[in-house]
Ligand binder design. Structure first.
Ligand code: NAD
Ligand code: UDP
Ligand code: UDP
Length: 343
């Protein structure tokens, strides 16, 4: 034991990414619920590098300590294991509320919990914001538009959601989350920002979350069949995670209080997307059509006029660049899990 203590005392201090120094007037205490998840962990990185104090609250349902481990022990960083369905009492200046399962298999796994997280969890976040007078940004979704009858989707479109279908726990949960935000804004003067996020991808996505980007890349890397659900004519528009994080920070900093779409307007059919991934990864995988998903939105593309006008924001990372980075992340993850299995 003595030897262990001595080695701890003499070991070199941890090296962190360089963070800016902010004086106390400009430095904020920022809470990120769901900050150990895919998007949240990238937001943590940017806000830490900007010099803020960042507090992550996560129940690790789909998030992982590994996503933020590079900040553990840093004086500006705190990680709290907590389920946002329960009240939370801390002192902060801003809240990014991201806690919620996000991929269809994850949110369908326990629909009741998904609804609780997006209703009771959001009430707790707004109650906290009200008490400490913090500004809140809610991570909403393009799913509030459901299977849209208007294309592309502007924020003024009210949506076309099946309230009792398999996706309802998430879609309606997020719609209530938005309704709650504007009710607290009106009644309690809480400052709210609402980001309607469209399909986002990048490193730290879960390998097995069943979303199309991770499924197709893994299938191609493992030389397995690439599974297109249905005829592959349905469309999506994919945004790289760093663009989303830039948009969220810009929205939080703006005076604009109405919902804002954050997404990349370049649209693909899922069939074309399978071809793109197959080509970028290489290898012999075959693309095959399988059973269609119930209530699968048939077309999705953001109208980002608002974000351009009020945030001076638009996506910068081209699909191919973003996909190359994501593919190399998954390649490393696969090699890592192979090493684990060997040892
Ligand atoms: P993710 O699953 O990686 O992250 C969600 C995080 O929330 C995880 O760390 C999870 O453990 C945590 N969480 C879930 N329930 C919780 C609870 N009850 N209490 C505390 N923590 C909880 O997903 P993501 O892709 O990073 O999504 C982040 C947010 O952005 C979500 O709110 C999601 O709905 C929204 N969003 C994401 C996308 C996308 O394409 N990634 C699109 C639209 C909206
Ligand atoms: N809440 C919280 N942290 C706080 C303040 C409130 O988690 O710092 C929770 C609180 O437990 C309540 C919810 O937020 O369930 C809504 O708070 P609000 O003040 O709006 O409602 P009330 O407490 O009056 O029911
Ligand atoms: N999809 C697919 N094969 C898969 C996973 C998904 O064809 O292995 C399709 C799915 O039916 C949908 C699109 O890809 O039309 C996007 O699905 P994802 O689950 O990534 O996100 P969504 O936008 O539906 O929430």
């Amino acid at each position: 034991l003595e030897e262990q203590i001595r080695s701890l005392q003499t070991s070199t201090p941890r090296k962190y990414r360089k963070v800016k120094y902010l004086n106390y007037k400009n430095r904020k205490r920022i809470l990120i619920t769901g900050g150990a998840g895919f998007v949240g962990s990238h937001l943590v990185d940017d806000l830490m590098v900007q010099g803020h104090e960042v507090i992550v609250v996560d129940n690790f349902f789909t998030g992982r300590k590994r996503n933020v481990e590079h900040w553990l022990g840093h004086e500006n960083f705190e990680l709290i294991h907590h389920d946002i369905v329960n009240p939370l009492f801390i002192e902060i200046d801003e809240i990014y509320h991201l806690a919620s399962p996000a991929s269809p298999p994850h949110y369908m796994y326990n629909p009741v919990k998904t609804i609780k997280t997006n209703t009771m969890g959001t009430i707790n976040v707004l109650g906290l914001a009200k008490r400490v007078m913090a500004k809140v940004l809610i991570a909403s979704t393009s799913e509030v538009y459901g299977d849209p009858t208007v294309h592309p989707q502007p924020e003024t479109y009210w949506g076309h959601v099946n309230p009792i279908g398999p996706r309802a726990c998430y879609d309606e949960g997020k719609r209530v989350s938005e309704t709650l935000s504007y009710a607290y804004a009106k009644q309690e003067k809480v400052q709210v920002r609402v980001a309607r996020i469209f399909n986002t991808y990048g490193p730290r996505m879960h390998m097995n979350d069943g979303r199309v980007v991770s499924n197709f890349i893994l299938q191609a890397l493992r030389n397995e069949t690439i599974t297109v659900y249905g005829n592959g004519k349905q469309t999506r528009s994919f945004q790289y995670v760093s663009d989303l994080v830039d948009g969220m920070i810009a929205l939080m900093g703006s005076n604009f209080t109405q919902p804002v779409n954050l997404g990349n307007p370049v649209e693909q059919t899922i069939g074309e997307f399978a071809e793109i991934i197959k080509q970028l990864v290489g290898g012999p995988s075959v693309i095959k059509q399988t059973k269609a998903m119930e209530d699968d939105p048939q077309r999705r593309k953001p109208d980002i006029t608002r974000a351009r006008q009020y945030l001076q924001w638009e996506p910068k990372v081209p699909l191919e660049t973003g996909l190359q980075r994501t593919i190399s992340y998954f390649r490393n993850e696969l090699a890592r899990s192979d090493r684990f299995q060997e040892s």
